[in-house]
Design a protein around this ligand. Structure first.
Ligand SMILES: [Ca+2]
Length: 171
């Protein structure tokens, strides 16, 4: 499992390979410069802020020659959590209030009349990616097993999610 970073697009420029979480890319000389990367094995989450905070994006195994948010990432987390038995409960309001839905698989929230509604959630199992737009587009919110997020307001994600999916274990 590794993430290999570059400070230029197209896998050019300086390089660094990581096999563990990096809470502060500045210490590694790679703050706000990642412009392309390769992921082998476990997926990673890249965050705009240090200590796994701020805007975030998941990178599954593969090669990413260009990035929508290049030059923005400041920390990296490798996903080594159990991906089996995914389950998330979304709530209409903050603090787990209002209408709720429980999901176990990838879902276009328009299909269940829950798009642009969710304000909090509880992850019972798996690692989930929430998307601003359908077809896995737009900004993302990544959440881990057992994690409970009482309010999306601090995350600038309130009434935003239109699509969700669990990361799937390798066959
Ligand atoms: Ca809401």
């Amino acid at each position: 499992n590794s993430a290999t970073l570059r400070n230029k697009e197209g896998f050019k420029g300086r390089t660094a390979q990581f096999k563990n979480n990096v809470c502060d890319l500045e210490e590694k000389g790679f703050n706000n410069v990642i412009s392309s990367l390769k992921v082998i094995g476990a997926p990673w989450v890249a965050y705009h802020d240090k200590h796994f905070a701020g805007k975030q994006r998941v990178f599954q195994e593969g090669e990413y020659a260009t990035l929508d948010d290049k030059g923005k990432f400041s920390s990296l987390k490798m996903i080594i959590d159990d991906l089996d038995n995914p389950e998330i409960q979304l709530f209409e309001h903050a603090y787990y209030q209002g209408r709720s839905v429980t999901l176990h698989r990838e879902t276009n929230l328009h299909d269940i009349n829950f798009s642009d509604i969710a304000s909090s959630h509880k992850v019972k199992g798996g690692v989930w990616v929430l998307y601003q737009h359908i077809n896995r587009q737009g900004s993302q919110l990544i959440s881990f097993p057992g994690e409970e997020i009482p309010s999306y307001f601090p995350l600038s994600f309130n009434d935003v999610a239109s699509h969700v999916r669990p990361l799937l274990p390798k066959p």
